[in-house]
Design a protein around this ligand. Structure first.
Ligand code: UDP
Ligand code: MG
Length: 327
């Protein structure tokens, strides 16, 4: 029988894990299917791990992968994809903001031949206006600069065929921007729309700074256009400064006009100083990423995996660190 994998990263989610589990198990559509739930515990310090541990003992189709510390949602999601066994895989948030009811519609699209079904937020009216505006610009800038486009207002919630998942987990990069990676394999997606509800309990784990970092990660991981832009700005300014220089010389030689210096000099200096710093900053973003890629550290470290064996007993394994440090 075909298997559906729900991949769920969790970080300090003791208020939501059980609600999520019961919602998934009681869903009328999912009840009729073979569904495994892969929880990736991203270094929670609350009761998340023991709560999921109990679920593993009751339900042989639940697995728990414990990270050794908090590595972030992106590595957690990647690890979940690597450990999923389903014919189709659906990454989901645990806070029920990704509606479980939508899976039925997505599944039917997959049955009709879609390799990838994206869940798109129909409106962002519940978001703070700042988040709405910045998200809007992020998609515009990202898609203008990058070859691999990401669909606007689509998060990680999507249905992927096994083939797509295998392509994604074969990618070797260390700087992970899942939204981009999930779209990278291509294939024509089918889009289903939904209204994103509020978090069922608990609080968001993403603040403005984290989101900003994610946006920079997204653009630099999928495009080198900012580097080109820096060169173009450099060429543009050099060209303008030559024209300006010639005009000053001509004014002096032909018309004997004294060109007053201080104000214009300061403006140009400060402007150029700013442009240079921005350019160095852009270079730095890429050099930093090369640095992390070259070090090739694992994206995450698994502390233990808890799953039920087919016989009905339960195992708590520590991955063999000699053969594979990341499990
Ligand atoms: N999450 C995670 N590691 C982190 C931060 C978040 O695994 O460092 C998980 C979190 O438990 C949740 C999902 O990622 O299941 C989405 O997080 P959240 O709901 O806080 O994000 P938002 O919906 O507010 O963007
Ligand atoms: Mg959420």
């Amino acid at each position: 029988m075909m298997l559906i994998s729900l991949v769920v990263p969790v970080f300090n989610e003791q208020e939501t894990v059980e609600t999520f589990y019961h919602a998934a198990r009681n869903d009328c559509f999912l009840k009729t299917k073979n569904v495994e739930i892969v929880f990736v515990n991203d270094g929670s310090s609350d009761k998340t791990a023991p709560l999921i541990g109990k679920l593993v003992e009751q339900d042989s189709n639940v697995r728990l992968i414990n990270f050794s510390r908090n590595f972030g949602k992106e590595p957690a999601l990647f690890c979940g994809l690597e450990h999923s066994r389903g014919d189709i895989v659906i990454p989901m948030d645990v806070d029920l903001q990704d509606p479980i009811e939508l899976i039925e519609t997505m599944f039917h699209e997959w049955e009709s031949g879609a390799k990838i079904v994206l869940a798109k937020r129909a409106d962002r009216s519940r978001d703070h206006w700042m988040k709405r505006v910045t998200a809007n610009y992020f998609y515009k800038v990202h898609n203008a600069l990058s070859h691999s486009k990401i669909e606007e207002n689509v998060g990680d919630f999507r249905l992927m065929d096994r083939r797509i998942v295998d392509i994604i987990i074969s990618l070797q990069e260390r700087n992970l921007f899942m939204k981009g990676l999930l779209s990278w394999p291509g294939f024509e997606p089918v889009i289903v729309e939904y209204k994103r509800p509020e978090r069922c309990a608990g609080t968001t784990k993403f603040n403005t700074l984290k989101l900003l970092n994610l946006a920079v990660e997204g653009i630099t991981n999928f495009s080198t256009s900012p580097l080109k832009l820096a060169s173009y700005v450099g060429f543009g300014i050099s060209f303008l400064s030559i024209i300006y220089g010639i005009s000053i010389i001509l004014q002096k030689l032909l018309f004997s006009i004294d060109v007053p210096g201080y104000a214009s000099l300061m403006t140009v200096m400060v402007f150029l100083g700013g442009v240079q710093l921005i350019t160095i900053g852009i270079l730095g973003e890429y050099v930093g990423r090369i640095y992390t890629e070259v070090k090739a550290r694992p994206q995450y470290v698994i502390d233990s995996i808890k799953e039920s064996e087919l016989r009905g007993s339960f195992v708590n394994t520590t991955p063999d660190t000699d053969s594979n440090p990341i499990g």
